[in-house]
Design a protein around this ligand. Sequence first.
Ligand code: ATP
Length: 586
Amino acid sequence: NTALMEKIVSLCKRRGFIFQSSEIYGGCGGVWDYGPLGAELKRNLRNAWWTTMTREREDVLGLDASILMNPAIWKASGHVDTFADLMRECSLTNKRVRADHVDPQEGVIMNYTGAEAPTGWKLDRVISVLMKKGEHIESLRKRVRTLIASNAGEAAGKPEEIVLLGEAKGDTVEKSIDFHPETGGALGPARPFNLMLKTYLGPTATEDDVTYLRPETAQAIFAQFKNVFDSNRMKVPFGICQIGKAFRNEVTPKNFTFRSREFEQMELEFFIKPDEAVEIISGEVAQWSEGADLSEPQANWGWDLWHRYWVDQRTKFYDSIGLGGVLEYYWQTPEDLAHYARACVDILCDFPFGTEELEGIAARGEFDLSQHQKHSGKTQEVFDEELKNAAAKLTAEQKEALIQKRLAAEQAKVKGEPMPEADVRAWFERLFKGNYVPHVIEPSAGLDRMALAIIANAFNETEKVDDKGKKEIITVLRFHPRVAPIKVGVFPLLKNKPELVAKAREVYALLKKHMNCFYDETASIGRRYARQDEVGTPFGITIDFETLGEKGPELQDTVTLRHRDGGEQERVKISDLLPKLLAAVS
Ligand code: ATP
């Protein structure tokens, strides 16, 4: 829904939620700045996530690691070798497009990312025209322009430039990129393009000094796993979470902030015992079944129950910020899964441009810590006294039965190489002594995507007819009070009555220490309410003559509290305001 998206982008700019980065210089592709209201919204989301994920839990600790790290980390994690998207390059324009952004049905010419383009060309519109071999490039451009004019008209905006995919010789099309009609796959070259942003760290600025801006926050958690574990006397299961910037040189950033090149992630790595350790300690491993009680984690849970538990926890979080009703879940199939992943669920959300991923929750086995153990030469194992004691009580037959079960599972593997028998036996030997590398469940969310989801789903338009019969479109952002950038507007009824202004200032001073408030004394009270509705402020407080006691002593020191949703108004004592509002917004 392009029109809706355009309205959202325009509101974000007009009211100071999100601006194009470097706008006065024509912008900078795929990066965005958050204005005053956007900054507050993001801060609220960050705080909500942090509170839920660590403050309110005994088993999760926080971390704030650096963006620049030793590049060996990215080698160990696999990012240097495999963190790439397939890309196509247009030899006419040298523009690059992510291969899966080329529409296999329609054709091959497109211009993306109106939001990215300096002027004109609005949002993310795909123009597709089949290129004809031998056609002059100008005639091709003309066809594209005609198509735009006839199809979309003025409303959609005129493209500033047209990106062509194909190969040219001189001024003529030499080779178009065709599509295989059955598979939808593109013929023609698609090359891997590493998404990590390179930089130099050190004085020589040569290849020796190359490092990367982190493409995810997760790896720092793995790299600091032992330090956090040892310095806090933790026991598995426990988690480490982090919020921070991540950078990806996305080939085609698009859909406003949804796919950016600089963004913020909120990630938890939750470390659990391998199922075999659970079995040795508890005698049995509880596995997922329909209707399993996920409210309280249990000591005998296997990885699949932990995975489901975190999907459930994250769902509750989204409920608490008002996104509960618009989520969908995609359970990756064995073909979708990375070779080391045991399961992965994408939490999807409804956006104006489609249903897209907000967060991924993956069960990653011991892959990450094992990789770092292998590459750094430093053990990432933990020692578990309880496991050692329980293993000491097993008979030789019981131990062998565990080994045989694992060997059979290795043979039945759908993806990846089965572990050789000698390695399996060596692994059990360490396990029986109480040592293992923890396994990981990873809920990984994007803060910018979450903010966009919140804005898009809060966006609401209604038509209003004023006294003179004139129609007006009213925009209201129905933010959940917990995430709303401004919690309450404070308004003296009239600005030329010093007593009203003084009292309103007093109420404002009382509240602003505890929440973000906005004081406004200009224009009619209706206008002031409307301005706050448009930015999603859930409450408005009006200080009127009743407050001053001019309409009788019983209403003295009470104010009108107006609710954004529904518009109802109630009289509230000033002394009751703070607890009432705090309960609603936290
Ligand atoms: P996608 O398939 O959309 O590229 P991904 O599967 O690569 O995403 P992950 O690597 O799992 O994403 O990252 C976890 C989360 O980080 C995503 O669910 C998303 O919310 C966020 N994220 C990833 N890439 C971007 C981006 N370019 N811009 C904004 N947020 C992003």
